[in-house]
Design a protein around this ligand. Sequence first.
Ligand code: EPU
Length: 431
Amino acid sequence: MEKFVITGGQRLTGEVSVSGAKNAVVAILPATILAQDICRIENIPNISDVTAMVKILKTMGAGIKYINKTTLEIDTRHVGSFVVEHELTRQLRASYYLIGALIGRFSRARVAMPGGCYLGLRPIDQHIKGFEALGAQVTMEENAMVHVEAQHLMGNSVYLDVVSVGATINVMLAAVKAPGLTVIENAAKEPHIVDLANFLNTMGADVRGAGTDVIKIRGVQNLHGCEYSIIPDQIEAGTYMVAAAATRGDVLVKNVIPKHLESITAKLIEAGATVEEFDEAVRVKMDRRPGHCNIKTMPHPGFPTDMQPQFSTFLCLAEGTSIVSESVWDNRFRYTEQLQRMGANIHVNGKTAVIEGVERLKGAPIRADDLRAGAAMLIAAMSASGISEIEEIQHIERGYENVVDKFRTLGAKIERRNFPDEDEDVQRTAG
Ligand code: EPU
């Protein structure tokens, strides 16, 4: 079993460069299916969600090769099947974007239900509502496959009952080539929605309004290949910003779009950090114990739920009481048990956590329950005194490129170590 072993208490200082955005690339890779041509995508992060999506696309007949470490060439001319049964589909949330892309191209799709981090119920009723509005019939099969079929997709109005990133993206993908006008109301506004719209438009689509809550898509007959570069990852950037503040460090986070970080920046400043903005970088400095503050997660441009575990961890070190309200996911506080093992005074009641800040956390054996919980564990371990061992690091590697090297460059004492599994240990002893 691989773990991260971290000796805490080092101030993070120096520079770190942010990779391409996970939640943009996992939508843009399936979107290449719509081109039926060759796309060259730059700034691809080296994370396991990308590896999984590339494997799935290859089994569907896409020709994919790395031109260099961060550029992929994807040829979707020979994607011939609308059925995706690959085992990996069930591990990855974003695999449901294959549904939108496949019905956009073939007017039908049969895809295994997606997986991803467990954050409470993750229904797809709004995706289904959108596909049906465009004229498709959706059947949930007994073997956990989603079957979507349309005689002819047609543009239509779709009002989303909840602001959903996934449903907004899936309806965009399905509508790009559907004749007529599709209007998505109450659409999500996250930076990766805008990135997908820009990518689709670069392929010849007509998508307007992305980044507002009304997106208008006029169907076009054909799309074509293109070159495109993925935006920097807002959440990876935010994670390094908060890590810098939690360790009372001084870090320049490069290759970011500061506008995407505004809510995180505002909260860091409220807690007493200094944040300087440059064109494509932010510098975070903190030289004292943070002050308490409250956060409430909201769809963009509100405070992102994907930064909630990291920021709550930081607030565990604050002077005074902070209140954290999670309004996007039903179950995103599981990680707090791990923080309690490190001496944090954090208590959860439903979708709210009350945090009484403590002077210091203490290193402990802890677990990454999911991707962002894992990022929170890294921050906790680096700001704590003593040694922590983090288990289940595969969750972290779904969304953070080269996390060990990047934190090491900033002065963290972190290494990845291989520990024999307990069963293996027993066998060896027995042998
Ligand atoms: N929802 C519904 N019905 C639907 C879809 C969503 O009720 O059909 C509800 C969800 O239960 C949730 C809320 O709407 O309460 C928002 O869900 P959304 O659809 O926006 O989430 P998602 O598309 O499944 C993406 C990110 C998540 C991120 C959320 C919110 C990807 C691949 N995942 O998930 O990212 O937390 O948006 O911003 O883009 C992560 O990166 O760690 C991660 C979990």
